[in-house]
Design a protein around this ligand. Structure first.
Ligand SMILES: [Zn+2]
Length: 486
């Protein structure tokens, strides 16, 4: 790619200059004691920046600091070429190191840092979301004896926050919540002069052209900052709304368990046949260490023995038997029976079907093996591991950070939200009867997907109306019919 001066270098206001391109902005501050560059752009952009400086009468050798808004290549790849010519120090938040190619920053930013050089002070705020380490910058500009506050939101793009993008790059859905919180925080900053890190954000070219004939500086507009923050917030809300519409997950809860013996192949196959695009199931360990799919603590409620006699309470649970011994029992529902299934057999039969899986941990000590099997069958992005026990999901996340986890909760408090953030959880799983459109909206803004449990035919409709992203139902056929008529 050849990058040319598609926007000529020019002075925006005071000691602030534009030295970048249409595709990737780069700004220079002349501090009187050396130059600061904010973002460079693509590798090919470095030549444009160097050229722009010289057109404006500056020398790249005088660049002392380079501040990076975030680590993406369209802002950072040009850095080594500028450093080679100037020896400038590079500043960035450490969390974005993984995006950089061929260099590391000299100084890691911390939230609230103020960078001083010559006549200039730049406030650096941590505003994660677009990336984990996105920085936003604020500084004063003096023009015609008046002082204006300039501000840049260092990562305003929402295309990187679609579920598809986050899945592809192994990033947490939690970044969306961080983005909303960052926007909220940035609203608290007063900005007269909005500086974009892409030229379309602040209409750099149009405003430059306007400035040639206008007596007023078109970049100075105290309303623009708030309008921009509103617009990016609406964009991310639209991304989430569209996903909720198109990617709703109808989880067959223990299979089509209203009709068939729960957590059996018969029930799972029927659920898929009835139109479920997800399966929810439960993992427990047998006496000989096999992971099997079984919900209750004891066999009693759903099992019969070889004679068809209901199993008594004293028979205990799956952990009292080896996997082979468990085969003497059947799970029964109405006229139908089927056997207890090994977790791995289930994965072998269903993993390739393009379904989404909700895998509930029913006991401690199964986390690592569950994670290993999810990895073995390549379901890292298609499975959400859940539990009512926070410790279980915390443990599996610690062992396998790339897995998606959700917490099944009866009630959601501020502590619930904080605990979910603490492990970068992806999903919140509230009881269907408790969800409202306001709550779902708030949870989406925290960055969580919302999956409801405890569904009946009535609250199924209210939960869908509230905007949840999926639900576990014993009657996937009824839910499918309802969804296609919406
Ligand atoms: Zn970016």
């Amino acid at each position: 790619m050849t990058i040319t001066h598609d926007i000529p270098p020019f002075r925006m206001a005071g000691n602030l200059y534009f030295v970048g391109t249409y595709a990737a902005s780069s700004h220079m501050l002349d501090t009187g004691d050396g130059l600061i560059l904010i973002d460079i752009g693509y590798a090919e952009s470095a030549d444009v920046v160097i050229d722009s400086l010289s057109i404006l009468g500056y020398d790249v050798a005088d660049v002392k600091y380079i501040l990076l808004s975030h680590g993406h290549y369209d802002h950072s790849d040009g850095v080594p070429a500028i450093v080679a010519r100037s020896g400038a120090k590079v500043f960035m938040f450490e969390a974005d190191n993984k995006y950089l190619k061929g260099f590391t920053p000299d100084v890691y930013l911390h939230d609230g840092d103020v960078i001083r050089l010559g006549n200039t002070e730049i406030l650096c705020l941590a505003t994660p979301g677009h990336t984990e380490g996105t920085a936003s910058f604020f500084f004063n500009i003096t023009e015609n004896g008046r002082t204006y506050r300039a501000g840049m939101f260092g990562g305003a793009g929402t295309k990187q926050l679609t579920k598809a993008y986050l899945d592809r790059h192994g990033l947490s859905y939690n970044l969306r919540g961080q983005f909303f919180r960052s926007v909220e925080r940035l609203r608290g900053e007063h900005v007269d002069l909005f500086v974009g890190n892409h030229s379309w954000q602040n209409h750099t070219r149009e405003n430059y052209e306007k400035s040639l004939t206008s007596a007023e500086n078109p970049f100075i507009d105290p309303t623009r900052w708030g309008e921009f923050l509103d617009s990016v917030e609406r964009k991310l809300e639209a991304v989430i709304a569209e996903e909720t519409r198109t990617e709703f997950v109808n989880y067959a809860h223990r299979g089509a368990s209203e009709y068939l013996p729960e957590n059996t192949l018969l029930s799972f196959y029927t659920g898929v046949y009835m139109g479920a695009n997800g399966i929810e199931t439960d993992v427990r360990r047998t006496k000989d260490g096999t992971l099997v799919l079984f919900h209750d603590k004891t066999l009693e409620r759903v099992c019969i023995d070889a004679d068809g006699t209901p199993v008594p309470p004293e028979a205990g649970g799956v952990e009292a038997y080896t996997y082979d011994e468990l085969q003497q029992f059947s799970i029964k529902k109405g006229a139908y029976t089927d056997k207890i299934v090994r977790f791995e057999d289930f994965l072998r039969l269903f993993a390739f079907r393009g379904l989404t899986f909700a895998i509930e941990l029913k006991g401690a000590g199964v986390e690592e093996e569950t994670a290993d099997l999810i990895r073995k069958y390549g379901l890292q992005k298609k499975a959400v591991v859940t539990s009512f026990k926070y410790d279980y999901i915390k443990a599996i996340k610690a062992y396998a950070p790339e897995l998606r986890v959700g917490w099944l909760v009866k009630e959601v408090t501020d502590e619930t939200i904080a605990a979910l953030h603490a492990i970068a959880a992806d999903e919140i799983c509230p009881q269907a009867s408790t969800v409202t459109p306001e709550l779902v909206h708030a949870w989406h803004r925290e960055g969580f997907r919302v999956r409801a449990w405890g569904l009946d035919r009535e609250n199924m409709k209210t939960a869908i109306a509230a905007g949840v992203d999926g639900m576990t139902v014993n009657f996937p056929d009824v839910l499918r019919d309802y969804l296609v008529r919406l």
